[in-house]
Design a protein around this ligand. Structure first.
Ligand code: RP5
Length: 160
């Protein structure tokens, strides 16, 4: 598998499936796993520390609330980790966002937007990272962007 999509709970899947859909759009293979920083800490350590040797190139990690999963995954691997703040019930994902983006200097997590847009963009950014080494993939991403622009320009009147 090229991309590992991990999340703190099965309840994160409705958000994280948007990352999976984006990867599918570009024909990138991925796996999905529930890996919790708090409930399954040993699994997290094993998953993140073994990911590179299994061929994974990018990890997308989504979590909500006290969202320690992306940061802890990044602590166990030097693969790029893209963090998706899942919208929480109590604080609408502000807690998730802050706990993912406020990493200490020296261990990096690329933090995306809260919720579905962030998950989709995590898939897109993973594709762009992989595309640096794969011209055909980069061409697909350029085509995606061109189509997106053309769709907006073809529908200028919001009232129509
Ligand atoms: C986090 O706690 C998960 O990432 C999820 O967003 C949140 C709630 O989990 P559940 O109680 O729904 O399993 O660990």
């Amino acid at each position: 598998m090229t991309v590992g999509i991990i999340m703190g709970s099965k309840s994160d899947w409705p958000t994280m499936q948007h990352a999976a859909e984006m990867l599918e759009r570009f024909g990138i293979d991925y796996e999905t796993r529930v890996v919790s920083a708090h409930r399954t800490p040993q699994l997290l350590a094993e998953y993140a520390s073994q990911a590179a040797s299994r061929g994974i190139k990018v990890i997308i990690a989504g979590a909500g609330g006290a969202a320690h999963l992306p940061g802890m995954a990044a602590a166990f691997t030097s693969l790029p980790v893209l963090g998706v703040p899942v919208k929480s019930k109590a604080l609408n994902g502000i807690d998730s966002l802050l706990s993912i983006c406020q990493m200490p200097k020296g261990v990096a997590v690329g933090t995306l937007a809260i919720g579905e847009a962030g998950a989709a963009n995590a898939g897109l950014l993973a594709a762009q990272i992989l595309g640096c080494q794969q011209p055909e993939l980069q061409a697909k991403i350029d085509e995606f962007r061109t189509q997106q622009t053309e769709t907006v320009l073809a529908n200028p009147d919001p009232a129509e």
